[in-house]
Design a binder for this molecule. Structure first.
Ligand code: NAP
Ligand code: HSE
Length: 443
């Protein structure tokens, strides 16, 4: 069969995740098409309520209340199941797979409860089931285990897998919000499940842990053999204890494997994590997963674990993989088309000029110990409109010199370079200034 040059995409559900997928697929369509060397046809979107107000505009000719119009459309090759739950979502997923289609899913409950049935349908009918978005939002953890870390056996996988729980615990701990208010906020931000008890009772994290355990060890963990605890009982006193004694209170999923003894354990529960552990610093909606592999050692991935945009990133990654498989492209990231698209992109890019590169700076100056020296220094900063944020002066009695350390507010490289040139000319500056940029991902 010749590979289709136009790939039809159907979306089931236009809620938090569905809208994120629509938004970013339409925004990136041209770029994706040139990378993949195919046309993308965003054909049909199924919703429950056609009249609902949404953040994205989908032409009414493309929306339907009948999800079968999406699944059964012969021109839809990739079906994105973003409805959730395990009833209609199961029926639609199996129907699409039995027609040999690709299903891209964010539905961890469905995969955890019906994984064997789903993969049986994949095997029998030659379709695909891709589920990157089902665990840890935008973090490509499934791909990491399946591909990048394939050389490893994992004795430990430990992670924060529920964004809602982490958001609640962070807001209670850092901002003294009540449990109820923090949960409400997580719901408003689109992090929580339609039924938020799945989040706060640990069931959503269990679904995700079970998927990771299956992926890493080939075994579905039965719920009855898994410790599943949520965060309902956590109160301010618990968070206070953690803070006082050097811990962070986190909701963890822990998958241990003893290769010698042959056992695996899966547990999800709130735990005290020592502050020195990287997971203790994963806050808000972020998720973090540490994998201890026998080859790579410990590797941690962190990033946004819930929300429309982060989850859309994972769904679109799967769509691209699916299209690569459908069209026979070996590696969508490095195909001839994608290299050509990058070259084209590169022609629109220039390197930034020095007056466009901005950051706060730190300086250490070794100065002659004499009245008026500091004023001379500050005059140079003020002449170039560089504002000083903090200053510390160190005196070195009887040495005839002092040290000044200071930080600036954000300033561009060109201005800072002028300040430094003038500082170097001063006889009162005794050594080459030590200059450090104060790094922040935002600047
Ligand atoms: P959501 O906001 O509740 O959206 C569900 C969508 O499904 C709605 O647009 C709804 O239509 C539609 N729908 C429900 N029943 C339908 C039916 N019978 N036919 C057609 N459409 C129907 O849920 P979500 O947060 O986007 O989650 C979707 C899935 O992604 C779930 O499996 C969830 O676990 C998973 N997930 C969510 C996140 C997240 O951060 N939210 C992250 C990762 C994975 P109406 O809008 O018309 O009511
Ligand atoms: N409700 C889930 C969470 C969505 O809060 O982590 C992401 O799977």
């Amino acid at each position: 069969m010749t590979a289709p040059r136009t790939i039809g995409i159907g979306i089931l559900g236009l809620g938090t995740v569905g809208q994120g997928v629509w938004k970013h697929l339409t925004e990136k369509q041209t770029d994706l098409e040139s990378r993949l060397g195919v046309k993308l046809d965003l054909r049909r979107v199924a919703v429950r309520d056609l009249k609902k107000k949404r953040a994205v505009k989908v032409p009414s000719t493309k929306t339907t209340r009948d999800p079968l119009e999406v699944v059964d459309d012969p021109k839809v090759h990739v079906v994105c199941e973003l409805i959730g739950g395990t009833t209609i979502a199961r029926e639609l997923t199996l129907r699409a797979l039995r027609a040999g289609k690709v299903v891209v899913s964010a539905n961890k409950a469905l995969l955890c409860q019906h994984g064997p049935e789903i993969f049986d349908a994949v095997r029998r009918h030659g379709g695909q089931f891709l589920f990157e978005a089902s665990v840890a939002g935008g973090i490509p953890i499934i791909k990491a285990i399946r591909e990048g870390l394939v050389a490893n056996r994992f004795e430990l996988i430990v992670g924060i897998l529920n964004g809602t729980c982490n958001h609640i615990l962070t807001r209670m701990g850092e901002d003294s919000l009540s449990f109820a208010d923090a949960l409400k906020e997580a719901q408003q931000l689109g992090y929580a499940e339609t039924d938020p008890t799945l989040d706060i009772d640990g069931i959503d994290a269990f679904h995700k842990a079970s998927i990771l355990a299956w992926l890493a060890h080939g075994k579905w963990a039965p719920r009855a053999r898994t410790l599943v605890e949520g965060i309902r009982n956590i109160g301010p006193a618990d968070i206070d204890f953690a803070r006082r004694f050097g811990f962070a209170l986190k909701h963890l999923a822990v998958i241990r494997r003893d290769f010698k003894a042959g056992w695996m354990t899966v547990g999800v529960y709130p735990a005290l994590v020592p502050n020195r552990d990287i997971l203790a610093r994963v806050s808000g909606v972020n998720n973090g997963i540490t994998l201890r592999g026998d080859v790579v050692g410990a590797t941690t991935l962190t990033g946004r674990g819930a929300g429309g945009d982060a989850t859309a990133s994972a769904v679109i990654g799967d769509i691209v993989d699916a299209i690569a498989a459908l069209t026979g492209a070996a590696n969508p990231g490095l195909s001839a088309e994608s290299l050509a698209a990058r070259e084209q992109l590169g022609r629109q890019v220039r390197m930034a000029n020095l007056d466009e590169i901005v950051s706060p700076f730190y300086l250490r100056l070794s100065l002659l110990d004499k009245a008026g020296v500091s004023e001379g220094i500050y005059r140079i900063f003020s002449k170039h409109k560089v504002s000083i944020a903090r200053v510390i002066q160190y005196e070195h009695p009887n040495q005839g010199r002092g040290t000044v350390t200071l930080s600036t507010y954000p300033v561009n490289e060109a201005k800072m370079s002028k300040v430094l040139t003038e500082l170097r000319r001063l006889k009162t500056v005794l050594e080459e200034p030590v200059v450090l940029r104060i790094f922040s991902p935002e600047s």
